[in-house]
Design a protein around this ligand. Structure first.
Ligand SMILES: *Cc1c(COP(=O)(O)O)cnc(C)c1O
Length: 364
């Protein structure tokens, strides 16, 4: 990258901030955003923080036609001391570059991107809400902007970071959800783009989600795209089962997205000496464990909810009621520990927290 300077153009008057107990997810955005452009031969250049504003890009921009785009999602939390802090942000930037590689998007400099995110968050610190469970959601993304209808990797891109204050995921405490096993649609398949955080995977998931939502389910449980047999993910979260005292999660297989939360859950369970194994898990096995009275817990894991317990799993005509529809002990312990580390209410033995230093506007 070489040139590490970020131009800053501040807005003259800030927007009114919503009440922190009224916040939803992803509807309100802060006063500023980060942008940097890619073209050849310059590479990534013109890094800048500017007032949050619409983009003007050509209708022929490749992203609109062939979906060459990637994104990330992480959060800034306010600690009891009033510090802004990030949770394992370097993991998100590593993953962004893995997604870039899969989508033929040129890599970004991870250290520089982290610096840019920290500066933007520091500038927007007043936007980090302080009610219980709220945070500032960070959405880095890259779009292909070359005005060209040919099917080929774009020669031009924009890397953008926007910020959105978000409400507590659980307003009335952590709460188990109803999940329907999806036997028809698949999210992706090994060899496809499932490992990458790219818009197309989400577009592909909407239909299944819409159909089960009509029947009162929160999400679908995705099975593998080849045999419709092995469990992959739940909604857009990684999934864990506790069977007969051992926690199992589907092994990464090329179609599962490798979550930062998944990785943190695995590390915590190991730290607690709770058996955790990554391997293939079939729906048949989970059903059999349920029949045998050995299915003790099931939960999803991802940045938005942190931990989302599964209280009911419907597979074909069978309803599996897990832990009597209540939050399991391990799910609760993981949720409490992860959120307390994220919000700086508990010691961080793993070095997961990255503090965002205060900056005065004159020193940006
Ligand atoms: C983002 C995402 C996850 C969760 O990843 P985290 O890094 O834990 O937020 C899981 N599955 C899919 C499909 C995702 O897009």
């Amino acid at each position: 990258m070489g040139n590490n300077s970020i131009q800053v153009n501040l807005c003259s008057t800030g927007k009114e901030k919503p009440e922190s107990d009224q916040l939803q997810f992803g509807r309100v955005f802060t006063d500023h955003m980060f942008i940097m452009d890619y073209s050849q031969p310059e590479g990534w250049h013109d890094a800048r923080i500017v007032p949050y504003q619409p983009l003007t890009i050509d209708p022929s921009s490749m992203v609109f036609h062939y979906g060459q785009t990637v994104f990330e999602g992480l959060k800034a939390y306010l600690s009891p001391e009033g510090d802004a802090q990030l949770f394992r942000p370097e993991k998100n930037l590593e993953r962004l570059n893995r997604s870039n590689d899969r989508l033929c998007i040129p890599p970004i400099d991870e250290d520089f991107a982290l610096e840019a995110i920290k500066r933007l968050v520091a500038l927007e610190k007043e936007w980090i809400p302080d009610s219980e469970g709220t945070s500032l959601y960070i959405r880095p993304f890259i779009i292909s902007t070359e005005p060209y209808l040919g099917v080929a990797p774009s020669q031009q891109y924009k890397f953008i970071v926007i910020l959105s204050p978000v409400g507590a995921y659980y307003k009335e405490g952590i709460n188990p959800v109803k999940i329907a096993v999806e036997n028809n649609f698949v999210r992706t398949v090994t060899g496809g783009t499932g490992e990458a955080k790219t818009g197309g995977n989400y577009a592909a998931s909407l239909k299944a989600q819409e159909l089960v939502a009509n029947s009162g389910y929160a999400q679908v449980l995705w099975l593998d795209g080849i045999e419709r047999k092995y469990i992959e993910e739940v909604g857009s979260m990684n999934v864990f089962f506790k069977i007969n005292g051992e926690v199992v999660t589907p092994a990464l297989n090329g179609s599962i997205l490798e979550g930062v939360t998944r990785n943190s859950v695995i590390q915590l369970l190991k730290h607690w000496n709770i058996p955790i194994i990554e391997r293939k898990v079939s729906m048949e096995e989970v059903y059999q464990a349920y029949k045998d009275g050995l299915l003790e817990e099931a939960f999803g894991a991802g940045t938005a909810a942190v931990i989302s317990p599964i209280g009911q799993l419907t597979w074909k005509l069978e309803h599996l009621f897990i832990n009597n529809g209540k939050t399991g002990e391990i799910a609760k312990k993981l949720y409490d520990t992860l959120t307390e580390i994220q919000y700086g209410k508990q010691e961080d033995p793993f070095g997961w927290i990255e503090k965002v230093k205060e900056i005065s506007n004159s020193t940006i």
